[in-house]
Design a binder for this molecule. Structure first.
Ligand code: NAX
Length: 328
């Protein structure tokens, strides 16, 4: 039989974990023929709750689930992992300044990066979902000097999927008609969902919409503030959709992006599109053989330039802040 793929998930007893683990275990990530072994990391007080989740995983009798290990020590849990989905993070508490938030998360992502560096498989693909995702990824990457930078990424796939969904309902077309969506920059309110390079049934999306006012004043803010709208409606943050996007992201990174299309991933910039080298910023990427490549040669008009520059400036500020804190 095939050797199981080892997948680590952190924050496994949390909301996103409660959806994500079952998707991975049931074969949504690597398909029905690839067994997976789950490695679940939690903080010590959450281990009991996590044991309950593992009881439920057992009770599903998933044919693709080859084993589950849990623990609170990243060096044990990450041992030999091929994929690491870093979901657990410190949320912003009352009265917490942005600097405090970055520092608290640095205390999580610096040691996790170092542990991956020490014990993960050479081919490990690291995906950061926990917020602030891009800067947490930057911290993990910079604390893992022996893992190539290309093996780190942050999740902007949820924003990408939200953008597809909003455009699909505006034009009353199936989501499968929409290709080449791009989220640029940071997974935050400054992100730039780009319709100028997206296509609907092979035609330019911005031209098909033909309504710059909707694009600027409805589409972009609706996508960027969707997380807040869900909290307002549900009384809790998006979890199942975030888990689904994490699966989409990790699957496409492992198995490749669809022919004739691209996906949005936050990856280490090589300077493309004027994004400073070394920032973890969202780009349009294609993937094959487990390696992403930034789509080149897209023309960026003044409107898009301004939006990209603004969200990238925020990433640069976050990088300066964590540099000052000695986290990278
Ligand atoms: P929960 O608070 O339900 O779960 C987080 C879990 O992480 C908790 O069980 C906690 O014990 C655990 N944890 C904390 N520190 C840890 C550590 N050092 N090691 C291991 N586990 C640790 O949050 P949930 O709703 O699951 O969200 C998780 C993260 O995803 C949050 O940071 C959230 O902001 C972020 N999100 C990111 C999204 C994205 O698109 N990138 C969208 C959804 C979500 O908002």
């Amino acid at each position: 039989s095939t050797t199981p793929v080892k997948v680590a998930v952190t924050g496994a007893a949390g909301q996103i974990g409660y959806s994500l683990l079952f998707r991975i275990a049931s074969g949504s990530l690597f398909g029905p023929d690839t067994p997976v072994e789950l490695r679940l990391l939690e903080i010590t007080p959450a281990l009991k709750a996590l044991e309950g989740v593992v009881m439920e995983l057992d009770d599903c009798a998933f044919p693709t689930l080859a084993g589950v290990e849990i623990g609170d020590d990243p060096e044990k849990v990450f041992d030999g992992v091929n994929h690491a989905l870093l979901v657990g993070a410190r949320p912003r508490g009352p009265g917490m300044e942005r600097g405090d938030l970055l520092e608290a998360n640095g205390g999580i992502f610096a040691p996790q990066g170092a542990a991956l560096n020490k014990v993960a498989a050479d081919d490990v693909h690291v995906t950061i979902t926990g917020n602030p995702a891009n800067t947490n990824a930057l911290i993990a990457m910079n604390n893992a000097p022996d893992i190539p930078d290309e093996q780190f990424s942050a999740l902007t796939r949820l924003d990408h999927n939200r953008a597809i969904s909003q455009l699909s309902s505006k034009l009353d077309v199936p989501v499968t008609d929409i290709t080449k969506m791009t989220i640029w920059g940071n997974h935050s309110a400054t992100q730039y969902p780009d319709l100028f390079h997206a296509e609907v049934g092979g035609k330019n999306a911005a031209e098909t919409v033909g309504d710059q006012d909707w694009l600027e004043n409805t589409f972009i803010p609706t996508v960027a503030k969707r997380g807040a709208a869900i909290i307002e409606a549900r009384g809790a943050s998006s979890a199942a959709s975030a888990a689904s996007a994490t699966v989409d992201h990790a699957r496409d990174w492992a198995l490749g992006s669809p022919e004739g299309n691209w996906v949005s991933m936050s990856v280490c910039s090589d300077g493309s599109y004027g994004v400073p080298e070394g920032l973890i910023s969202s780009f349009p990427v294609t993937v094959s053989d487990g390696k992403w490549e930034i789509v080149q040669g897209l023309e960026i008009d003044d409107f898009s330039r301004g939006r990209i520059d603004a969200t990238v400036a925020e990433l640069a500020e976050e990088r300066d802040a964590v540099t000052k804190l000695g986290l990278i």
